[in-house]
Design a protein around this ligand. Structure first.
Ligand code: MN
Length: 212
């Protein structure tokens, strides 16, 4: 039996639909207008073994903040919904993930309480894609990625999912590697945390008897 959720969230700023299968095989189907973020969501699905359908649109004429943050919120809501009463899950997970010179760490507890600690030194210089895919002259859109929105994504995810996340980029040079290693670490840690523990498959893993 797989654990699924499907949600649509429409505001005056963004329009986001996400379909999630926690017990998937890592397949992502994305219609996402920010190229680098699509790369991260694809990586997240692959390393978490989550199946993920995401269709998103937003007010990129402003900047990428609303779209990226709201994607985190809806993905977090999908996690909360798919996890249900959280019966049987391992609840915690952690992963150290290197990418060449970069090392990232993710530690998660599906505690019912959204709390994010995010420590990452990013240059703040946007990641820019090839001129052939260039976005409008105002600099918004698919041609570049606004790296400060990575924290906004995980803040939205953590709050909406009720998941305690400690995300750290321990070292590195390339912003691309730093962000990607962090998404991979988070995916792996979440994959472990959502997994059903066969030794306690019928138990909610809290002495309180509920996780909420
Ligand atoms: Mn990459």
């Amino acid at each position: 039996m797989s654990r699924n959720a499907e949600l649509v969230r429409r505001t005056k700023e963004t329009d986001i639909s996400i379909k999630l299968n926690l017990d998937g095989t890592g397949i992502a189907r994305l219609d996402y207008p920010v190229g680098f973020m699509g790369h991260m969501l694809n990586t997240f699905a692959r390393h978490g073994l989550f199946d993920l359908d995401i269709r998103a649109a937003g007010d990129l004429e402003v900047d990428q903040h609303h779209l990226v943050e709201d994607t985190g919120i809806v993905l977090g809501q999908c996690f909360a919904k798919a996890l249900g009463d959280k019966r049987g899950i391992r609840r915690t997970g952690s992963c150290l993930f290197p990418m060449d010179e970069t090392l990232a760490r993710a530690v998660v507890d599906i505690s019912g309480r959204g709390f994010l600690i995010f420590q990452a030194e990013l240059s703040g210089i946007p990641l820019v894609s090839a001129p052939a895919n260039a976005a409008p002259a105002n600099g918004s859109g698919a041609a570049s990625f606004q790296t400060d929105t990575v924290e906004d994504f995980w803040q939205g995810f953590s709050s909406a999912a009720g998941i305690n996340l400690h995300l750290d980029i321990l070292r590195g040079r390339s912003d691309h590697h730093k962000i990607e290693a962090l998404f991979k670490a988070a995916a792996r840690a979440l994959r472990d945390a959502v997994e059903i523990d066969p030794r306690s498959a019928d138990i909610i893993p809290s002495t309180k008897g509920i996780i909420a």
